[in-house]
Each structure stands twice: as C-alpha cells, then as structure tokens.
Design a protein around this ligand. Structure first.
Ligand SMILES: Cc1ncc(COP(=O)(O)O)c(C=O)c1O
Length: 399
C-alpha cells in the first residue's frame, strides 16, 4: 500500500466477535455482556506499515538484545522523533536529548523523582489521567490541583487561583496537552501563560503530548518546549505512537529533554538502568507509524471525527441532560451526568443498568463520581449499541 492510498473505515474496523476474542484489557476487563468504552485503545487494526514492520522482526526471529547505532539501541527512534517534531511543529530537539522508555507513565514517575523531593508540590490539571495522580501520591509528593473549568463551549484553567495555592516547595507542573479527559488542545496564548507561570515559580514542566496526533479539524498542537529556548530548558516532553497509532501494548515511548543540562540533572537522580529498555518490535512499529503511517492516520481521523459528531448529535438530541464539550483532540469524551439524577456513581449506574463499561469519573477527579469518560474509537454499529443502551437506561431512570 502506498502512502497516498486513501484509507476507509473498512480497512481498519474489526467486527465485534473478533474484538471479543482479543486478549486486550479493553475487551477482557468486564464480563462478556458488557460493552467496553473505557481504556484508551481503539477498536481498529493498525496501519499496514506498522504491521509489516512487526512481521519482519517476527519472521526473522530477531529477538536478541537490540543494538542499533552503537551503544544506544534506540537512537533511530530518537532520530525519527526529532525529525517528526521539526517537520510538524518546527521544534528542534537534538536526538541525543531524547531517551526511550517502555511507557510514558514510567517517564512521569522518574521525572517526579528526579526533579522533586518527598513533600514537594506537583501541579496537575484535574480532572486528569488517573496514573498522574497515582505517580504524585505514591512518590510522596503533594498534589496541587489546577482545575479545568467549564467555560462557554469549552474548558479552560485559571492560573490566578493556582497562584494562591502553591508555595515555594511546588517544583513541577504536569501538563497534559491535548488533555485527557477533556480533549482540549491548548492555544499558544494558554501555553504561554503556563510558561510565564512556570518561569515565575521556577517549575519543571512535564508535558505529556501522547494524544497530539489525534487532532480534529481546526485544532492545532503546539509542543510546550517549542515555545522558546527558555521553555525547552525547563521541559521534559513525553510522547509515543501508542495512542495515535493504536499500539499501546508494544511498550515504547520517548522523553525529550529540552537541554543537555536537564537530561544530566535527570540522570544524576535516575540511572538509565532503572528505566528498563525498549524492544525491537516496539521500536520498529513506532518508527513505521511515524514515518509511513500518515495515510492510515488520516483515514482513522476522518472516522473518529464522524463518530465524535455522531455521539454529540445523539446525546444532545436523546439525552440533553448529559453535559459535555466537543473535544479538540482524542477519542475520549468527558460526560457530566449530574443532571441525570443517578444515585451512586455514574460508572456503576451504566455498568449495572446498561451493561456499559465507561471509565469512572472519580478516577479522574475526586468530585467526578457523576461523570464518566467515554471512548468512542470504535465502529458505528458498536457505538450505536453503546448509545442505545445508554439512552435507554438513563431515560428509564428519569421516569
Ligand atoms: C495522557 C496519557 N498519558 C499516558 C498514557 C499511557 O502511556 P503509557 O501506556 O505509555 O504509559 C495515556 C494512556 O491512555 C494517556 O492518556
């Protein structure tokens, strides 16, 4: 298949029986009668170039310790990442400042350990991807919340309020852009305000940009470290092909340090041996995704865009009490079900009464029990079944 081949949903959709036969967390976590719409996997086949790269390693049975580019087996990965950042965003990061990790959350944990002490404050947007909260609390740091507030038609955050709650022991700001679960892709003005704040308080910024490839029309991704040399000097950018190209189980991510000095500071506290290493299959799949996967990604994004609009129209028409904003990016929808009048958590309600497996809102926000996060990266028939079950259960409850 050439780069220019137009990808249609039939090229990547998988039927329900095949999905149910998978060994994935998404399709095995809940009982078989529950339709899963939670963890950030897509119900899609991968890009042909990704599959071909994996098959090549498998057919050659090339399972030894990897060695590429001398003693840094992941240097080609770092190089492709750096080239991609330069091409897409005009952001220059030397490949030598990019390290490979088996998973991105490991990078967040390691950077928290490297750049702060127990008891220090770590700012994180709330609601947030639950492992961020876990990373902060299990390392004995203090979680300092930056609330994502609902604005007219979107979500924003208020740095003035944050100013009032931080102190001189606040060391790190975890930025998730595009944000999980609200789907916001932040504007340059918003990011610049974060930078001014980070400079004023001398914060290290851990910028998780894992969802950056999944942008809807009109949205733009700006790597935080690309704002200025001063921004880069205090930023660790974390990324991978796992969300955009649907290979989360292959365990391969990168952490890009804005300067050599920042990388050195990191390694002074976290020896590379502590981080584990990546494998041939993860490296090759990621490189294939980033260099040959664009036609596939364009096809997937067109489908996700249609599904996003379909969910939005259906919920607005059938369940107007559910409040949400359209995401700028990603296939996740943060649904406020407060006005449905559910007793108990929204997650448990839909699990029990609709046999739907959403992500529980309380995992993303301490006050989020009346929210759920929905994953709409599936086929239209499965999505329709999800919506039908959801509407039916919510209406029966309202009566
Ligand atoms: C914002 C964010 N960061 C990190 C991850 C997971 O990355 P990894 O599996 O590489 O730890 C996810 C997965 O959904 C995510 O949404």
């Amino acid at each position: 298949m050439t780069q220019n081949h137009i990808i249609h949903p039939q090229d990547f959709l998988i039927d329900k029986a095949a999905l149910q036969a998978r060994r994935s967390y998404k399709w095995r976590h809940y009982p078989a009668d529950v339709l899963p719409a939670f963890v950030a996997d897509m119900d899609f086949r991968v890009a042909p170039a990704v599959q071909a790269a994996i098959l090549e390693t498998v057919e050659a049975q090339d399972y030894g310790y990897p060695l590429r580019g001398g003693d840094r087996p992941h240097l080609p990965l770092a190089t492709v990442f750096a080239e991609r950042m330069a091409l897409r965003y005009g952001w220059t990061v030397p490949a030598e400042q990019v390290i490979a990790l088996a998973d991105l959350v490991q990078g967040i944990n390691a950077a928290i350990l490297a750049f702060s002490e127990p008891g220090d404050g770590v700012i994180v947007q709330v609601p947030n991807y639950p492992p961020f909260r876990e990373s902060i609390l299990t390392t004995g740091r203090k979680l300092v919340p930056l609330e994502m507030v609902r604005t007219q038609g979107s979500y924003g955050f208020d740095l003035e309020t944050l100013e009032a709650v931080i102190d001189e022991r606040t060391r790190i700001l975890v930025l998730c852009n595009p944000q999980n679960p609200t789907g916001r892709a932040f504007s340059r003005a918003e990011l610049e305000a974060v930078l001014v704040f980070a400079e004023r308080h001398d914060l290290i910024v851990l910028s998780d940009e894992i969802h950056a490839d999944l942008l809807y029309p009109g949205a733009r991704h700006i790597p935080f470290a690309s704002l200025s040399a001063a921004a880069a000097a205090r930023t660790v950018t974390l990324s991978s092909a796992t969300k955009g190209f649907n290979i989360p189980g292959l365990r391969c991510a990168v952490a890009a340090f804005g300067t050599d000095a920042l990388l050195k500071r990191f390694h002074d506290r976290v020896p590379s041996r502590v981080l584990g290493s990546v494998n041939h299959i993860g490296i090759d799949a990621t490189i294939a995704a980033w260099t040959e996967g664009q036609a596939w990604l364009d096809g997937v994004l067109a489908h996700l865009n249609a599904m996003r609009d379909h969910v939005a129209e259906t919920l607005r028409r059938e369940l107007p009490a559910v409040r949400f904003h359209l995401p700028d990016a990603t296939y996740l929808l943060w649904l406020d079900c407060t006005d449905l009048g559910i007793e108990g958590t929204a997650h448990d309600f839909f699990l029990e009464h609709a046999r739907l497996g959403f992500s529980p809102g309380e995992a993303f926000h301490p006050d989020g029990a009346k929210h759920v996060r929905m994953n709409f990266a599936t086929s239209k028939p499965i999505l329709d079944e999800i919506l039908e079950r959801m509407v039916k259960a919510a209406r029966a409850n309202q009566r």
